[in-house]
Ligand binder design. Structure first.
Ligand SMILES: [Ca+2]
Length: 489
């Protein structure tokens, strides 16, 4: 009798644990991070720039919820991507709020959480934490922070066309700038592509990944470098569509092509085309539109592959740009002022969409303000993973809080938002050349404290600091208190 009771208890326990397993069906997760897209260039927004052609990004937006006031944690690639990856303001550990926050051992990442929860994890594309580029035995390398697989590059950018070992060997400075050329890093080795266009390659590799039959749910971070410099490097078919002239690729044998001191260096080529001049301010946008249209076709191919593989219904997709449109690529951030490199809204307010069929509302627009740090809690909640870390800055995207405190620290500048109000000392501090014609200059260029009602005045045209000194004081104190409590000494 006693044995029977024990047997029944054991069976009951077994059925409970089986039930628990099937109750929460973990979704597959696809996190698409793109680079430097303009706020107005996100077609799911009602008032988007009509010159943009991105039907697939529109399709992605329609399938889910889009956010009109989504903020990243920094106005440039590496620190912003660190914020997305960890759900934290990266200046918690990177006190100078620099270009290169890196990734400390004790800061846990999305793939680390998901891997522990039984996911297969892969990263394809740009891996950019601003430090320890081109190395695979460092914490910043995807295989060292939770990804099972990686194919891509670890730097700010990669040449779109030159992805082979052969070109790397012929280039005097393949790693001479913040961008690089040559083979892609692949797990603990390299993979050389004799031909092909980077955005297409990253998509092909992602589709291959999706087609592999997985016995676990997957987490794929597809991290494109489009539409970052070098914006002019686009397949001819797309250039023709937007009336942009083809520009010769970098050629290491052309010793004098990129300036008299250049000696055929890739740095000189990169520098020449990552400022306004070689391409005129009013012609840049055609290249940008072509580059973005190619990216969109590629995103369409990924969405189609999910459908064909019958994965679409159980895949949660997040789409985000890592910072605002660059003043130097022809991106349009309207109605926001400023852009990449500054804490004006144009630098930190970005396109964001999330979809999950049947679970997250389709065709919905959320106007509450949210943060890129919210991506981690949202994904982990969907995967049934609990976070026990009080330092995580994010909350669920599905439950925004319109009175939360958001903090930015970027080099010597900072900003704080609470409710409708934003206080900042930001200024235009990072110029390589004149901006493209799409750029909307901020109202002032100084380091004084400026106060805006960004809900009513997203373009930050009316400084209300003099009219509301008590609000200035309150927000300045809130910023100081947050820093005192949270930034590592
Ligand atoms: Ca970027």
């Amino acid at each position: 009798m006693k044995n029977l009771v024990l047997l029944l208890m054991a069976l009951n326990f077994l059925s409970c644990s089986v039930k628990t397993k099937t109750e929460v069906k973990k979704p597959n997760i696809l996190l698409i991070v793109i680079d430097d897209q303009g706020y107005a260039d996100f077609t799911p927004f009602k008032d988007h720039d009509r010159t943009v052609l991105t039907p697939n990004i529109s399709r992605l937006g329609k399938a889910g919820t889009v956010f009109t006031q989504a903020y990243v944690t920094a106005p440039v690639c590496s620190p912003s991507r660190a914020g997305i990856l960890t759900g934290k303001n990266q200046f918690r550990w990177d006190k100078p709020a620099s270009w290169g926050p890196g990734l400390p051992d004790d800061v846990k990442t999305i793939p680390e959480y998901l891997k522990q929860a039984g996911y297969h994890t892969a990263r394809i594309g740009k891996n950019d934490l601003g430090r320890n580029f081109h190395k695979n035995d460092v914490r910043e390398y995807p295989l060292q922070h939770g990804y099972d697989e990686f194919l891509g590059f670890s730097a700010h950018a990669h040449d779109y066309w030159l992805n082979s070992t052969e070109i790397k060997e012929r280039t005097p400075d393949p790693y001479g700038t913040s961008a690089l050329l040559g083979p892609l890093m692949h797990n603990m080795g390299e993979k050389s592509y004799e031909e092909g266009y980077l955005t297409d390659i990253l998509t092909d590799e992602s589709i291959d990944y999706l087609k592999r039959k997985h016995d676990k749910p997957f987490f794929l971070t597809l991290s494109y470098s489009a539409v970052h410099h070098l914006i002019h490097e686009v397949p001819k078919k797309y250039l023709d569509k937007f009336g942009a002239k083809e520009i010769a690729n970098y050629n290491p044998d052309d010793m004098m092509a990129y300036g008299k001191h250049a000696s055929g260096s890739y740095s000189a080529y990169y520098d020449k085309y990552s400022r306004v001049g070689a391409i005129k301010a009013d012609e840049l946008r055609n290249y940008y539109l072509a580059n973005l249209n190619n990216l969109d076709d590629n995103i369409g191919r990924v969405l189609d592959a999910l459908k064909e593989e019958k994965l679409a219904e159980n895949t949660l997709i997040v789409f985000i740009s890592d910072n605002g449109g660059s003043p130097l690529t022809g991106a349009n951030n309207a109605p926001l002022a400023g852009g990449k490199y500054s804490l004006w809204e144009g630098g930190i307010r970005v396109p964001l969409a999330i979809s999950y069929p049947g679970k997250i509302d389709a065709n919905k627009v959320v106007t509450d303000y949210v943060s890129a740090t919210d991506i981690m809690p949202t994904l982990l909640e969907a995967a049934g993973v609990k976070i026990n870390d009080p330092d995580v800055d994010g909350i669920s995207l599905l439950n925004p809080d319109n009175n939360r405190l958001l903090i930015w620290k970027w080099q010597k500048t900072w900003a704080v938002r609470q409710g409708d109000w934003k206080l900042t000392n930001t200024n235009e501090n990072h110029w390589k050349s004149e901006p493209s014609v799409q750029y909307i200059a901020p109202i002032v260029d100084n380091t004084e404290l400026k106060l805006f009602n960004v809900n009513q005045d997203p373009g930050e045209r009316k400084d209300l600091a003099a009219a509301h000194p008590e609000k200035v004081k309150e927000l300045e104190k809130a910023y100081q208190n947050w820093c005192d409590a949270n930034i590592q000494k």
